[in-house]
Design a protein around this ligand. Structure first.
Ligand code: G3P
Length: 228
């Protein structure tokens, strides 16, 4: 499983990138609004993220257009920001149609707001390079988001989407709307390719109380060695 950071916060991205295990970044309009982002600075901001993480890390930038022609235009513009930009498009009819066109032009698409197996298969067929099923938002309505991701991972793995009609060699599932370490554990066990996690969750993934306790006793014992 690869780890993406789900944020638009440059400091969080810089910090996570320095840990050496960051494989990508996903943003969305809410995350950009959360950091006080302005429309006029959006493309520069995505460029800054691309510069921080480097060319091997995909950076998802979302189109907020609602018609296929506008989404295609957005996608072409966003893809020019940097070679590692992935155009994030909601799973809806206009989004599928735009994905088909952008994928045929070699522009990678991350289909987001995916909540079902049929949506995921349609996204893959349209040419999505990444598909993002959301976990936490199912949990928010008292349904099991992990079940949905497990079904999507299993269904996508049943088929080969690398044929010419899909315009990509590979489709990867990004478990999104991740709220806890347990979400990550379960997604890894079911074989989700990627988990995109908020920075506070990423920090929690590193921690374990037994690691802290073990470290404390190693440090205390080393003091004894130093004083012996
Ligand atoms: O990547 C999508 C994710 O940001 C949604 O997370 O917590 O707003 O449901 P959340």
């Amino acid at each position: 499983m690869k780890f993406f950071l789900d944020t638009a916060d440059l400091k969080e991205i810089e910090e996570a990138a320095s840990w050496g295990c960051l494989a990508g970044v996903t943003t969305n309009p809410s995350l950009y609004a959360k950091i006080g982002g302005k429309l006029s600075d959006f493309e520069n901001h995505i460029k800054r993220i691309c510069d921080i993480v480097g060319p091997d890390c995909p950076v998802s930038a979302e189109s907020v257009a609602m018609t296929r022609d506008e989404i295609i235009a957005d996608g072409r513009r966003l893809a020019k920001i940097a070679p590692n930009v992935v155009v994030k498009i909601p799973t809806m009819v206009e989004g599928l149609a735009a994905t088909k066109v952008l994928a045929s032009e070699g522009i990678p698409v991350n289909m987001t707001l995916c909540f079902s197996v049929p949506q995921a298969i349609l996204a893959a067929r349209a040419g999505a390079r990444y598909i993002s099923p959301f976990i936490g938002r199912f949990d928010d309505i008292s349904e099991d988001g992990l079940d949905q991701v497990e079904n999507i991972v299993a269904a996508i793995s049943n088929y080969d989407f690398s044929d010419a009609t899909c315009n990509h060699e590979q489709v990867e599932i990004i478990a999104a709307s991740v709220r806890s370490a347990n979400h990550v554990t379960q997604c890894a066990l079911m074989g989700a390719d990627i988990a995109t996690v908020p920075f506070p969750v990423l920090k929690k993934l590193v921690q374990h109380p037994l690691t802290d306790r073990g470290l404390e006793s190693f440090m205390a014992d080393w003091e004894k060695v130093k004083n012996a």
